[in-house]
Design a protein around this ligand. Structure first.
Ligand code: BGC
Length: 420
């Protein structure tokens, strides 16, 4: 072989090696999340299996703790240490905050290839885009304002799921008179806040909710309506059992399942728990929106953000994950386990149960009626330092004998301080 020919041959071999090096990128992703309960784990397993079936290596980083507070603390530490996980469960304004730090990957290439602009509802696009670019991939739509109930237990006092807060109190009084715990609750700040925001919506309506919990309007925060909200929270405190403090949300769901309590106020991830335990909607458990003055929907949505990482395998791993999450079939499988509804259009309703289809209908109605509100308790309405200020007061009130007058004053003060 001439020198020139052998050079060419060597060049061809080098080119082949580098093509195969790219082709051989072994996609991998470390996924940081807080999905550790029975239903959550089933949903997550579906994602992991889909990822592995498509050649991805999944490195699991679960940080237990409902609502994700613990996971967010770990995330901050890891990013500061220059060791960001490839994919992180994140939501709402936190997505914008991390994107503004310049530490997250631009997903526009996958988004264009997968036509996200066409299939992701505008409501979610607003959450997952930063300065016009996709920086997160939405995985679901969760509704927060639900009551989950054990129909047999309610039947003991001849009741159905209450449709007003007065009725809620009346049913709870009857249950209590029979020695039954009316409300299964876990005394953790985010769970107190979950109940609180449904009461704000229920007693104030969506406009008040927005004024108080989104715009943080001082008059709304100190209003008589807000005092009534704290009065109702005080009543609710009387309807939980004496062991509520610190209880995880899924253990509270178990209490409803086992007939130890009648109801739980919780987002539809609670449905994932009932389903994981083999319970059937409409038979073993029932669902209804928490009482409101006419159709509203408290929105929560999980997404994954890909943090900047080095290495072809990791980058390929992020792309693969982003692509799979919004796939039509995957969206169906995942959301059926998770209790949520799909984050994209085009997924047939057929396999979704009545709680989910009720959620889909109410979501549409609330969007057209202007009554959709973002969850404060689940990080959609406000950045963490502001929602944290509200949650602290709500929890302090719930766990003390603070009056409603004092609570609204503290609420307004806490917001003022947090805004500075
Ligand atoms: C998340 C859900 C999760 C729940 C309990 C919520 O904030 O959006 O996905 O199941 O917390 O951990």
């Amino acid at each position: 072989m001439s020198f020139k020919k052998s050079l060419l041959a060597a060049g061809a071999i080098m080119a082949a090696i580098s093509v195969s090096a790219v082709a051989q990128a072994e996609p991998e992703a470390e996924v940081l999340h807080w999905w550790t309960s029975g239903g959550e784990a089933k949903a997550l397993k579906a994602l992991k299996e889909d990822y592995e079936a498509n050649g991805g290596k999944w490195i699991d980083s679960p940080i237990a703790g409902g609502g994700g507070d613990a996971a967010m603390t770990v995330l901050r530490t890891r990013v500061l240490a220059g060791d960001a996980p490839a994919a992180v469960q994140l939501k709402g304004p936190a997505i914008q905050e991390w994107a503004a730090e310049g530490v997250v990957a631009d997903l526009n290439k996958v988004a264009a290839a997968e036509k996200w602009d066409e299939v992701v509802p505008p409501l979610l696009q607003k959450i997952v885009k930063h300065e016009g670019k996709y920086v997160a991939v939405p995985v679901n739509i969760h509704r927060v304002d639900w009551i989950w109930a054990n129909p047999e237990v309610l039947a003991k006092v001849g009741a159905d799921i209450p449709t007003s807060w007065d009725e809620f109190n009346a049913v709870a009084d009857k249950l209590q008179a029979q020695g039954i715990t009316p409300l299964a609750h876990g005394g953790q700040p985010w769970q107190d806040a979950t109940v609180f925001e449904t009461v704000v919506l229920g007693l104030g309506g969506p406009e008040f909710f927005n004024k108080a919990l989104v715009e943080l309007d001082e008059d709304a925060l100190k209003s008589d309506t807000m005092k009534q909200v704290f009065d109702q929270m005080r009543k609710i405190r009387g309807y939980v059992d004496s062991d509520f403090s610190g209880r995880d949300w899924n253990l509270a769901t178990n209490m409803v399942m086992n007939g130890e309590a009648a109801m739980q106020i919780m987002g539809d991830w609670a449905k994932g728990e009932f389903l994981a335990a083999g319970k059937q909607p409409g038979k073993d458990f029932i669902c209804a929106p928490t009482p409101t003055k006419g159709g509203a929907f408290v929105l929560n949505s999980d997404s994954f953000v890909m943090f900047n990482v080095d290495g072809d395998d990791k980058k390929a791993g992020q792309e693969l994950l982003a692509e799979l999450i919004l796939g039509e079939k995957f969206q169906e499988t995942f959301n059926l386990y998770k209790g949520s509804i799909p984050a994209r259009t085009g997924v047939p309703r057929t396999n979704f149960d009545t709680c989910a289809t009720r959620g889909m209908d109410d979501l549409e109605a609330s969007m057209s009626g202007g009554t959709l509100v973002p969850s404060m308790a689940h990080g959609i309405a406000l950045p963490g330092h502001l929602s944290g200020a509200i949650v602290d007061v709500v929890t302090e009130h719930f766990n003390s004998d603070m009056s409603s007058d004092e609570a609204v004053t503290k609420l307004a003060e806490a917001i003022e301080l947090a805004k500075d």
